[in-house]
Design a protein around this ligand. Structure first.
Ligand code: COA
Ligand code: AMP
Length: 633
């Protein structure tokens, strides 16, 4: 089947298209209905079906006689370790971890929070929860205590699984103090924290609440897989919305497994036994879908990389891994390629390695800018595929296909809509559908395909308000862009207050909430400014309270530290300017869109609703003083 036929069938007859895809999995009970859409905007995939995601990702391959195949390669330049774990070994360890979780009282439907660095136990923890039918919620290690506390209060985990430390390029980051502080801040208190001690920094354990991972796993009995409903939640993954309260995206078991297995073959061109590497982190959706579940559901070998594209030890790190482990497809963010390009513009490090196994480079997390696309294509001489997706969707909305059909690339475009996604461009004001090449709001006509969020964790209302009610009958992606005359999708950026910093999704609203708590700050706004390495970086504008005469540098330094402490280093909030006023409409709305254009050095129209146009000039010079306002290249 080629793309056109697959796409048409997926929209006209989703039941037959996804029903066939679902046959690739092992079900304990077959579904009654492929798609239930009688209560829009809610949709349910594979209702009545029962399965276990961990069984399909691990035990099934052992049963099929592939127990000796390597399932996970842990490659950690920061600890000088390479470890290979077969499917049989993975099954044994996951079953034991599930065993100790069960002893701690974790059962189907309970939540478990995972706060871990990029080590194999992070994957094993996720799979162990899936094995028990428990719901995991992984929190990225770069988030600080307050962010962790918000997630603890929302997910209310019975148990937290963590490690004593993470390792960044130059430093060891003790996780336990961050975890302790988060639990102190949170109203909800987990019954138990299980801590994996790493030799780089041992953690002090609190009596009665904290237990040593090694003790528990050493004594644990392996347990089997618990059958769950296809519609039962597999995990909650928090993602940035427009406020400081993140959205708890829920993923179901059935639709998730079906779409991911389909995607491995048709998008990524991966078969059982192939080596597939997503250089991301298990804390992000890319990590969930394509470090853990996708490759393992397919019976491929996945890589857990504890390192960076540069500095661990050099910009040849990615090429070393591809060569050493025979990687067929690499998936990373454009920012990682830009980091390599910056340190090794001529690609000299590549010459040291034989990368003949390498077949395709996949990029996502932010728009693939044409310069990076051309540089990577010329250097690597393999297809470079941009694909567009979100935490909410769990897999690509638009992209190109290594398995199904490879389309010629148009630089700057994420190529074609994926099967199941009826992508449309609407006028944001009138909600009318726009024609080719007209810029508007990108939406997807309901129902969304399998794997997409069925709701937000215990918050149907926010789910409907955020995504479904702005344009009834459609899912609002939050991105803007256009579709050209050949049906190629161009995603140009967010239309809300979400920004993408080095492929990490962050809320400017969340940062504003932090800045507003500074005692000297009267008003503030944070916008994303174009950055040649990270794509975007947050830039703050603050108005001080009357009578504050402290040096501005001092205040800005405090603001930077506050965001680092409250949200985490990952926010990369390093710049703020003190201004006399913020540009506003006559009704008092801050003109963030115009400020963003000024910060990007783009031309802008003075909005007709502005109360005082002169303020824009002040913003322009403040932006230049802190090093932005000239177009990033
Ligand atoms: N735990 C604790 N701190 C972390 C962390 C973690 N898991 N991950 C990052 N940080 C810290 C970094 O040490 C850095 O701290 P600093 O301000 O003290 O230097 C800060 O958070 C920002 O990190 P990062 O965004 O990684 O920037 P960087 O300058 O260290 O590296 C890149 C830049 C481009 C190399 C890096 O961002 C990268 O590899 N990006 C790929 C992104 C990616 O894979 N995204 C997933 C979507 S596909
Ligand atoms: P996240 O939920 O962290 O995966 O971030 C999703 C957001 O990242 C999307 O809404 C887009 O704004 C952006 N994004 C991800 N992939 C792409 C891409 N290929 N092209 C353009 N934007 C992208």
């Amino acid at each position: 089947m080629k793309y056109q036929e697959a796409y048409r069938e997926s929209l006209e007859n989703p039941e037959s298209f996804w029903g066939r895809a679902a046959e690739e999995l092992v079900w304990d009970r077959k579904w009654d209905k492929v798609l239930e859409f009688s209560n829009p905007p809610f949709y349910k995939w594979f209702k009545g079906g029962m399965l276990n995601t961990c069984f399909n990702a691990v035990d099934y391959h052992v049963q099929q006689g592939r127990g000796d195949q390597v399932a996970v390669i842990y490659d950690s330049p920061v600890t000088n370790t390479i470890q290979k774990i077969t499917y049989s070994q993975l099954q044994d360890r996951v079953a034991r971890i599930a065993g100790f979780l069960q002893k701690l009282g974790v059962a189907k439907g309970h939540t478990v929070l995972i706060y871990m660095p990029m080590i194999p136990e992070a994957l094993m923890s996720m799979l162990a929860c899936a094995r028990l039918g428990a719901i995991h919620s992984v929190v990225f290690g770069g988030f600080a205590s307050r962010e962790l506390a918000i997630r603890i209060d929302d997910a209310k985990p019975k148990v937290i699984l963590s490690a004593s430390c993470g390792i960044e390029v130059q430093r060891v980051i003790p996780y336990k103090p961050l975890l302790d502080e988060a639990i102190d801040i949170a109203d909800h208190k987990p019954e138990t924290c299980v801590i994996l001690q790493r030799p780089q920094a041992k953690a002090e354990l609190k009596q009665t609440r904290d237990l040593e991972w090694a003790d528990l796993e050493g004594k644990a009995e392996p347990v089997g897989c618990v059958s769950v409903e296809a519609t039962d939640p597999l995990y909650i993954l928090y993602t940035s919305g427009t406020t400081g309260k993140p959205k708890g995206v829920v993923r179901d078991n059935g639709g998730h497994a079906v779409a991911l297995k389909w995607s491995m073959k048709h998008i990524y061109g991966i078969e059982p036994g192939d080596v597939y590497w997503a250089a991301s982190d298990v804390g992000w959706v890319v990590g969930h879908s394509y470090i853990v579940y996708g490759p393992l559901l397919m019976g491929a070998t996945t890589i857990v990389y504890e390192g960076k594209p540069v500095g661990t030890p050099d910009p040849g790190a990615f090429w070393r891994l591809i060569s050493q482990h025979g990687v067929k497809a690499l998936f990373t963010a454009p920012t990682a390629i830009r980091a390599i390009k910056r340190e090794d513009p001529k690609g000299e490090y590549l010459r040291k390695y034989d990368i003949s196994s390498f077949d395709t480079l996949f990029l996502a997390g932010e728009r693939l800018d044409p310069d990076t696309y051309y540089w990577a294509s010329e250097l690597l001489q393999v297809p470079v595929i941009d694909h567009w997706w979100q935490t909410e969707t769990g897999w690509a909305i638009a992209g190109n296909f290594r398995g199904l059909e490879l389309f010629p690339t148009k630089a700057g475009s994420a190529t074609k809509p994926m099967p199941g996604y009826n992508v449309k461009i609407l006028d944001g004001g009138t909600a009318e559908e726009l024609g080719p090449n007209q810029n508007g709001v990108i939406v997807v006509k309901l129902p969304l395909p399998p794997c997409n969020l069925p709701t937000l964790w215990q918050d149907d209302r926010r789910f409907v308000e955020s995504y479904m009610s702005p344009f009834p009958g459609y899912y609002l992606t939050g991105d803007g862009g256009y579709i050209d005359e050949d049906g190629y999708v161009f995603v140009m950026g967010r239309i809300d207050d979400v920004i993408n910093v080095a492929g990490h999704r962050l809320s400017t609203g969340g940062m504003e909430e932090v800045l507003a708590t500074h005692p000297n700050v009267a008003e503030c706004a944070v916008v994303g400014a174009a950055d040649s390495l990270k794509g975007q970086v947050p830039v703050g504008f603050v108005v001080l309270k009357a009578g504050v005469s402290r040096p501005h540098d001092e205040i800005v330094g405090e603001l930077v530290q506050m965001v680092r402490k409250e949200i985490g280093p990952i926010a990369a909030f390093k710049q703020a300017a003190v201004v006399n006023r913020l540009p506003k409409t006559r009704s008092g709305k801050v003109l963030r869109g115009t400020m963003r254009k000024i910060a990007d050095g783009e031309s802008y129209k003075v909005p007709s609703t502005i109360d005082d146009p002169a303020i824009l000039e002040e913003i322009g010079s403040a932006v230049l003083t802190i090093g932005y306002g000239k177009k990033a290249n």
